[in-house]
Design a protein around this ligand. Structure first.
Ligand code: ZN
Ligand code: ZN
Length: 161
């Protein structure tokens, strides 16, 4: 059975941004006619608060702590719905599988920590010179790009010292 106390505890520990994000996702889902069961709310909450990209199975494991009866099908359907609404996006992993993370705001790129899995967006890049030279050399009309940088986050670097 769903445990209200766990829910409130997790909710209380979310930072303001995650709380705002969670509330706005709930509104978007409601406006699109999605029925917000407690299970779905718990999944939305975990995704909104996560600083890591999550695979469907990881989300399932985290969700089961809140709602032990959660099924994997519910996880996939919730991810599908959030992706359809543009609230989350896929993050591609070097191994070929993909994970999910809150969607970028405008033109942003991803930094992914290969040690702890932390995912962060960064604004701004000036790749136009590089893109133009690729376009010139290949004959492609390049219209967009998609950039993910892999490495170690500050915390993992500090651990290494
Ligand atoms: Zn890290
Ligand atoms: Zn860019």
């Amino acid at each position: 059975m769903y445990n209200e106390n766990d829910f409130h505890y997790l909710y209380a520990t979310m930072n303001t941004n995650a709380t705002d994000l969670y509330q706005s996702w709930l509104s978007s889902l409601q406006n699109s006619g999605y029925r917000l069961t407690e299970t779905r709310r718990a999944l939305v909450e975990i995704l909104a608060a996560s600083s890591h990209a999550l695979s469907a199975v990881e989300l399932y494991d985290l969700g089961r702590r809140e709602c032990p009866r959660l099924g994997l099908v519910t996880v996939y359907r919730t991810l599908e719905k959030l992706e359809e609404l543009g609230l989350i996006q896929r993050v591609h992993q070097p191994g070929g599988c993909h994970m999910y993370l809150r969607a970028a705001q405008g033109h942003q790129h991803l930094l992914l920590c290969t040690a702890c899995g932390r995912a962060e967006y960064f604004d701004g890049d000036d790749l136009s010179t590089f893109m133009n030279s690729v376009a010139d050399q290949s004959g492609f009309d390049v219209r967009d790009h998609w950039l993910q940088l892999f490495g170690l986050c500050q915390q993992c670097r500090d651990h290494d010292l």
